[in-house]
Design a protein around this ligand. Structure first.
Ligand code: ZN
Length: 257
C-alpha cells in the first residue's frame, strides 16, 4: 500500500500553515522499470490534480484558531479532546501553491514506516514547492512558520490585541466565514469574498502604522470586521446575519435545547 500524501494549507483567519492529509499516494512499488516509472509519475500527477485543488475554500480545524477559540495550549492531547467532543471551530483555509500557475505540491512522510519515536519527515513528492517541510513542536501538523521565509511568505508572528476577547473573536469570525460560504453562489465567490476580508484586514493594519504584507484577520479584530462591514452591502450583511441565526437555531435543536 502507498503512503499518505499531504498538502500545505493556509488559514485565512490566523495566517498559520499546516498539513492536510489528502489520501493514499500511488504505491512506489509501481515505479519499476522505465514503463513502471512513467506510469507511477502519471499516477502521482493525477493524484495531485484530483486532490490538491487550488483556489478552493476549505473549512478545516486549524490548530492555532482552535487553541485561541478554546484557550487551550496547542498540543496533540488538547486538540484531540476538543475534536472528539465536536467542539472544534472550522476556519476558512486554502491549499498553498508555492509558484504561480502551479497546483499545490504534494508531500510524503519519508519516515511513515520508521521508528515510533522518529519524527515525520515530509518531503516533496509531486509538484513545485519546498523540498521538505518543518513541523513545529505541537504535533498538530502545524508548520514551523519561520521555515517558510525563503519561499516569500510573511512569517512575522501574529500580534494579538490584549483587549480583544479571543475565543469570542474566533467564534464570530468562523460564524461569518461559514455564512459567507452558505450564502455564496459558488466556491469561487466565497473564496473571493474571504480574500477581500484578508486584504481589508491587511490594509487596516497598514493604516494602524504597522508594516505591510498579509496580516491575519484575527490580529486586528474587531476593527478588521468593522472595515469589512463597511465594504459589504447592507443586503449582504443581512444575509450573513440570517445564515448565522438559522445555524445557531439548528445547533440548539441538535443539542435539544
Ligand atoms: Zn487559523
Amino acid at each position: 500500500m502507498g503512503d499518505e500524501g499531504a498538502a500545505v494549507y493556509n488559514c485565512l483567519l490566523c495566517d498559520s500553515y499546516a498539513l492536510l492529509i489528502l489520501g493514499i499516494l500511488p504505491d512506489r512499488k509501481l515505479a519499476r522499470g522505465t514503463k513502471g516509472q512513467s506510469a507511477y509519475e502519471d499516477a502521482l500527477e493525477e493524484f495531485q490534480l484530483a486532490r490538491a485543488a487550488e483556489k478552493k475554500l476549505l473549512l478545516l480545524a486549524c490548530p492555532t484558531c482552535n487553541a485561541l477559540a478554546h484557550k487551550y495550549e496547542t498540543d496533540q492531547v488538547a486538540q484531540g479532546e476538543f475534536l472528539r467532543q465536536g467542539m472544534a471551530v472550522l476556519t476558512p483555509c486554502v491549499l498553498v501553491p508555492f509558484e504561480d500557475g502551479q497546483p499545490p505540491p504534494v508531500y510524503r512522510d519519508e519516515n511513515a514506516r520508521g521508528s515510533r519515536e522518529g519524527k515525520p519527515r515530509w518531503r516533496l513528492c509531486q509538484g513545485v514547492g519546498p523540498a521538505g517541510l518543518e513541523l513545529d513542536r505541537t504535533r498538530t501538523g502545524r508548520l514551523h512558520k519561520p521555515s517558510l521565509r525563503p519561499f516569500g511568505i510573511d512569517v512575522s508572528p501574529m500580534e494579538l490585541l490584549e483587549d480583544v476577547e479571543m475565543p469570542e473573536a474566533v467564534h464570530r469570525a468562523c460564524a461569518y466565514a461559514e455564512a459567507v460560504i452558505a450564502t455564496a453562489e459558488d466556491d469561487s465567490e466565497a473564496l473571493e469574498e474571504m480574500m477581500r476580508w484578508r486584504a481589508t484586514a491587511s490594509e487596516h493594519h497598514e493604516h494602524a502604522g504597522k508594516q505591510g504584507g498579509v496580516r491575519p484577520v484575527l490580529e486586528c479584530w474587531p476593527a478588521a470586521m468593522a472595515a469589512i462591514e463597511l465594504g459589504t452591502t447592507g443586503e449582504r450583511m443581512r444575509r450573513y446575519d440570517e445564515a448565522i441565526r438559522s445555524r445557531a437555531f439548528q445547533e440548539m435543536a441538535d443539542f435539544g435545547i
